[in-house]
Design a protein around this ligand. Structure first.
Ligand SMILES: C[S@@+](CC[C@H](N)C(=O)[O-])C[C@H]1O[C@@H](n2cnc3c(N)ncnc32)[C@H](O)[C@@H]1O
Length: 214
């Protein structure tokens, strides 16, 4: 059985065995950053995979990472030379200044009561926001989402305990929003949104202000 500790220690190896499109969607999200952007803030940077992919396409971009889990985010420093890392809650003390904001597999941790306001404040603080996350698409509910993830994970993990624990952890800790609600939310504040990839229960979108330019 994979323990929570193992999951975080061996995250980069385990995560693509649980979240099917992880590596592909990280690349899609990274390529969406316009090439004249000078700074990017990665919210919930974790081990830094999205920011490392952005650096591959935009080697001169400045990366600012925020994560509350220090021993996890320290791994990002190894992958991203010059990384400015803030170990704290994303919303404590305001969002760092950056041209663009990005996030991967993090916004589904926001609680149901505050997640709309949190997404709006992220969107308002830069020229654009690229988000790859678990989302409820095409009328999927949380139990459908769990079934899809557990079904995929069962290709790598045959023990029932691990698969049951995975379902339980998603049920207890994750609050994915619907993709439609997020599209409507950005539209309501005047942003445009392009959905760049969608494979249930994951999507990547790029929300941006049509009138703001670098
Ligand atoms: C599933 S991991 C994703 C990590 C990485 N972005 C990736 O693509 O693999 C979620 C990360 O978000 C961080 N996180 C979640 N909510 C947060 C918050 N409110 N403030 C700071 N970090 C947060 C967690 O500590 C964790 O590192």
């Amino acid at each position: 059985m994979i323990t929570r500790e193992q999951f975080y220690t061996d995250y980069d190896r385990i995560v693509p065995t649980i979240f099917e499109p992880y590596n592909r969607f990280i690349e899609i999200a990274a390529k969406a950053i316009p090439n004249n952007v000078e700074s990017v803030c990665d919210l919930g940077i974790g081990t830094g995979n999205l920011s490392a992919a952005i650096k591959k396409y935009l080697p001169r971009v400045k990366i600012i990472g925020v994560d509350k889990y220090e021993s996890f985010a320290e791994k990002a420093k190894i992958k991203i030379p010059g990384l400015a890392l803030h170990i704290r809650d994303i919303f404590d003390g305001g969002l760092p200044n950056a041209d663009y904001l990005v996030s991967s597999l993090t916004t589904h941790h926001f609680d149901t009561q505050t997640r709309r306001e949190k997404l709006k404040s992220i969107a308002r603080s830069g020229l654009g926001f690229v988000n790859f996350d678990m989302m409820l698409c095409d009328d999927l509910d949380l139990e459908d989402t769990i079934s899809l993830i557990v079904d995929f994970a069962s290709r790598s993990y045959s023990d029932r305990e691990t698969l049951e624990e995975l379902g339980k952890s998603i049920r207890e800790n994750d609050n994915p929003m619907t993709l439609d609600e997020q599209l409507e939310l950005f539209d309501s504040i005047g942003m445009r949104v392009d959905v760049l990839a969608k494979e249930n229960p994951f999507a990547v979108y790029h929300a941006y202000w049509p009138t703001r330019k670098l």
